[in-house]
Ligand binder design. Structure first.
Ligand SMILES: Cc1cc2nc3c(=O)[nH]c(=O)nc-3n(C[C@H](O)[C@H](O)[C@H](O)COP(=O)(O)OP(=O)(O)OC[C@H]3O[C@@H](n4cnc5c(N)ncnc54)[C@H](O)[C@@H]3O)c2cc1C
Length: 304
């Protein structure tokens, strides 16, 4: 097995690019944290047939579309997305060493416990198209699965980071070496406080992994909460991340709070038009990725 050490130190590595991890990454990157999402490519939400209880979609939304949009949103915010599997986390001074394997589902390094893992995740292709994930910024973790000739699926990369947000549903094997408290309740969960902090300083857990209820909106919301907690634990005691009309704070003699932005009417219209155009184009056609189901089941004849 080849191993490379990346000299890039991340402010935060988010392990798991499902709804919780992608939301956490968006919030962290919007706060200018150098954020890497490492995802093995198998969000359980991909098995949902039509997502009808996620806020903001009165007629529901294709769950694969939602994941693609969330991936794009994290990239727009500045996060980098890598396909790979985190196999080990070790505490070091001021942070963690994170080992990322290329993610070959057959190589026995899998600890995600999800037979969906061999699924090629179109989300990563979406992000790969974004300027925010310029190849110069991507880690070698992407190399092992980018399909280039000569890639060794067993390649590993060791990264360093100050903080980790673990958002891997019930996959915990990669945390064995870091001494985090686990809880068995049918499946395995990471023990956290009410804000997602584990007993290991700098290590947080979000979404289903932290024992949150098994709904996408709950797990996404928790990803946001945990990211804000990471920021508040660093140097922002009350972090906002709001976009407000011009003068909302300053015309009342107040400073713009951390993470806030005031925008004037012209900028509001520009952003609104960009959003309307993108939304029309995004939803014009069905999402190209196929329906997934439980791996123990054969695909039904009526599925395309
Ligand atoms: C059939 C089905 C239908 C559902 N329908 C609904 C519904 O209608 N409404 C609703 O609200 N919820 C629904 N859910 C539940 C919802 O999908 C989950 O609650 C939600 O996806 C959990 O989010 P999460 O981010 O915690 O985990 P996930 O979305 O599963 O994300 C975890 C990610 O971690 C990655 N990962 C795991 N191990 C590693 C590792 N070692 N290194 C790197 N990456 C790793 C995985 O590849 C995955 O992408 C449904 C679930 C199923 C199975």
């Amino acid at each position: 097995m080849d191993e490379e050490t990346s000299d890039r130190a991340w402010d935060a590595v988010v392990v798991g690019g499902g709804v919780a991890g992608l939301t956490a990454a968006t919030f962290l990157a919007r706060a200018d944290e150098a954020t890497l999402v490492v995802d093995a490519g198998g969000s359980i939400l991909r098995r949902n047939a039509h997502l009808e209880n996620f806020p903001g979609f009165p007629d529901g939304v294709d769950p694969r579309r939602l994941l693609s949009l969330q991936t794009e949103q994290a990239a727009t915010a500045g996060a980098t997305h890598a396909t790979g599997r985190v196999t080990d986390v070790t505490a070091v001074e001021d942070g963690f060493r994170v080992t990322v394997a290329g993610g070959d589902p057959e190589d026995g390094t899998s600890d995600a416990g999800d037979p969906n893992d061999e699924t090629d995740d179109g989300n990563t292709r979406d992000v790969g198209d974004s300027d925010a994930t310029d190849a110069t910024d991507a880690t070698d973790a992407t190399d092992a699965t980018d399909g280039d000739a000569g890639d060794e699926p067993n390649d590993t990369t060791v990264l360093t980071t100050n903080r980790i947000v673990a958002a891997t549903k019930n996959a915990v094997g990669y945390l064995d070496g870091v001494g985090v408290d686990l809880r068995e309740h049918g499946k395995t969960f990471v023990e956290t406080d009410e804000r997602g902090r584990t007993g290991v300083p700098g290590l947080y857990a979000a979404g289903r992994l932290a024992g949150k209820p098994h709904q996408a909106a709950v797990c996404a919301g928790h990803g946001a909460e945990v990211a804000v907690t990471v920021l508040e634990d660093s140097d922002e005691p009350f972090y906002h991340d709001w976009v407000t009309p011009a003068g909302y704070f300053t015309d009342r003699g107040r400073e713009v709070p951390p993470g806030c932005e005031e925008i004037d009417a012209a900028e509001r219209e520009r952003r609104g038009e960009t959003a309307r155009t993108a939304t029309r184009e995004t939803f014009a056609e069905p999402h190209p990725e196929p329906q997934e189901t439980h791996p123990s089941l054969e695909p039904r004849g009526d599925e395309t």
